[in-house]
Write a protein of this length. Structure first.
Length: 177
């Protein structure tokens, strides 16, 4: 699988995903509720709400620091607290952005099929055994698409006997589900 090739279906899918641009804004506030619950002397807790295009928050994170004799720089401690809250909110927002990307993909089954095409056997290699990558991907697709464990085990047992062409057709069929 040559992901350096610009015609590779996975590379093309990634290129489409990279075209999206998001306008994010971060708002910070002191989290007095968390400070009251923690009751640690000198604790400061900051909440960061990350919003997408001015709408409601898609990620909420928290950062904290404790002001004590151990802190050499007050600004460093406060900035660390703010940065921790920002990083935490970004981590949470990643899940929301994944959901937004999924909603935006109008042809998810076509994209899954395109992903499966990356594992297709090159022309003229129909009688050669399936590659390890094809077998692994096909087993993954079977585990996702076949709920009946007996039927799934039966199909998985046959995977090792498939040719490249047969594996390619099976991948295409299960990736489209």
């Amino acid at each position: 699988m040559d992901t350096q090739d610009e015609q590779n279906p996975i590379r093309q899918m990634l290129q489409k995903l990279c075209q999206a641009q998001y306008v994010l804004s971060a708002g910070f506030s002191v989290d007095t509720g968390a400070m009251a619950v923690l009751k640690t002397p000198g604790i400061l807790v900051v909440k960061c709400e990350l919003s997408l295009e001015g709408k409601g928050p898609i990620g909420v994170g928290h950062g904290s620091t404790v002001i004590s004799r151990l802190n050499k720089g007050l600004e460093r401690a406060l900035f660390g607290c703010l940065n921790g809250a920002l990083m935490s909110s970004i981590n949470v927002a990643c899940k929301s952005l994944d959901a937004i990307r999924l909603e935006g993909s109008q042809e998810s089954s076509t994209k899954s099929a395109a992903l499966g095409e990356a594992y297709r056997a090159p022309q003229g290699e129909e009688s050669q055994p399936a590659t390890d990558k094809q077998k692994a991907y096909l087993r993954q697709l079977l585990s996702l698409n076949i709920e009946d464990s007996g039927e799934r085990e039966k199909l998985e047992a046959q995977v090792d006997e498939l040719t490249k062409d047969e594996a390619s057709h099976a991948i295409k069929a299960y990736a489209a589900r």
